[in-house]
Ligand binder design. Structure first.
Ligand code: IPM
Ligand code: MG
Length: 368
């Protein structure tokens, strides 16, 4: 297969971890006989510094002409003044909306070797294997009006939570399809006891459910879900929720896996009919730019490497290749190698580059 991949390393540890992802993709190309062509683009704070725009037109154009995008992270203290006219995060939000990436897939899997890396008791996190499907182009992040207001009562600000039934339905269909391919359980998370958008969400969920009689649908209020995630997380299979709830719940769920440094994500748009095996997507670790450890060579690249596995599976239909990457990661963990964020007693601490090298070596060995 020939594929074009746009690389958006971004800020902080983004460039460190994207470099390891590229190494792994090259190892996969080598072993399985594919050709991946990479082109690097600016996004986020570095794009503000170099062009004044967190999402330069050239970046968006390069993403549109690619088959998939690998993104590192955006943001950092240098650009976080709340009064600044442009912010790195606008680059990320512009990518999501500009590329129509409405479904954010965040798998949370606890590796047996890392059970003790979680701050929760082993018996609680053991066996956790869920996918959070977060709506990514609606809700509070994009609703208008948004911004500061001058009122007779003094300063104020407004954000708007807005959803159409069609936006809710397409997200739920992705979620039901996923649940159908797994343990057939879907938790639809909302705040229907307070919010009108949530009542619409719940109504649509039950309409869509009629097409999926084999999937068990459960409505869960978001506050209760936050509690259940630390009380009985292994009970969840697929969780579908709106943008802001998904942002918050996915960071919480990341802690089940021991560290944000382990969690990959895929952001997908509508399926296009040019070849069922290909679906455009943007792949990124969920951990963010971690400016405190940028450039020190200690960031965990596994979330990015696992995001590359998701790219192989979701955008290129390369299931065997995706498995090879995931099995390689698990083998490296089972052999005791750890970055600092997932240190466990008796583990061998390695840096970003060595972790990447170890995964590449496993892939090259070709056991899977
Ligand atoms: C995420 C991040 C982003 C979000 C930020 C960086 C804008 O927290 O991908 O979860 O809130 O969506
Ligand atoms: Mg977040």
């Amino acid at each position: 297969m020939d594929a074009k991949i746009a690389l958006l390393p971004g800020d902080g540890i983004g460039p460190d971890v994207v470099a390891e992802g590229v190494k792994v993709l090259k190892a996969v190309a080598e072993r399985f006989g594919h050709t991946f062509e990479f082109s690097e683009q600016l996004v986020g704070g570095i794009a503000i510094d170099e062009t004044g725009d967190p999402l330069p037109e050239a970046t968006l154009a390069a993403c549109r002409s690619a088959d998939a995008v690998l993104l590192g992270a955006v943001g950092g203290p240098k650009w976080s003044d709340p009064r600044a006219a442009v912010r790195p995060e606008q680059g990320l939000l512009g990518l999501r909306s500009g590329l129509g990436l409405f479904a954010n897939i965040r798998p949370v899997k606890v590796y047996p070797a890392l059970v003790s890396a979680s701050t929760l008791k082993p018996e609680i996190v053991d066996g956790v294997d869920m996918i959070i499907v977060r709506e990514l182009t609606g809700g509070l992040y994009f609703g208008k009006p948004q911004g500061p207001l001058d009122t007779p009562q003094g300063r104020a600000a407004v954000d708007t939570m807005y959803y159409t039934a069609a936006e809710i339905e397409r997200l739920l269909r992705v979620s039901f399809d996923l649940a159908r391919s797994r343990r057939k359980k879907l938790a639809s998370v909302d705040k229907a006891n307070v919010l009108a958008t949530s009542r619409l969400w719940r109504e649509v969920a039950h309409e869509v459910a009629r097409d999926y009689p084999d999937v068990v649908l459960e409505d869960v209020l978001v506050d209760a879900c936050a509690m259940y995630l630390v009380r009985r997380p292994a009970a969840y299979d697929v969780i579908a929720t709106e943008n802001t709830f998904g942002d918050i719940l996915s960071d919480e769920a990341a802690m089940l896996a021991g560290s944000m440094g382990m969690l990959p994500s895929a952001s997908l748009g509508e399926t296009t009919d040019h070849g069922a095996a290909r679906r455009f997507g943007l792949y990124e670790p969920i951990h963010g730019s971690a400016p405190d450890i940028a450039g020190q060579g200690i960031a965990n690249p596994l979330a990015t490497i696992l995001s590359c596995a998701m790219m192989l599976r979701w955008s290129f239909g390369l299931e065997r290749e995706a498995n090879a990457v995931e099995v390689a990661v698990e083998a490296v963990l089972n052999a005791g190698y750890r970055c600092r964020d997932i240190a466990t007693p008796g583990g061998i601490i390695v840096g970003t580059v060595e972790m990447g090298d170890r995964v590449v070596a496993q892939i090259a060995m070709g056991w899977t």
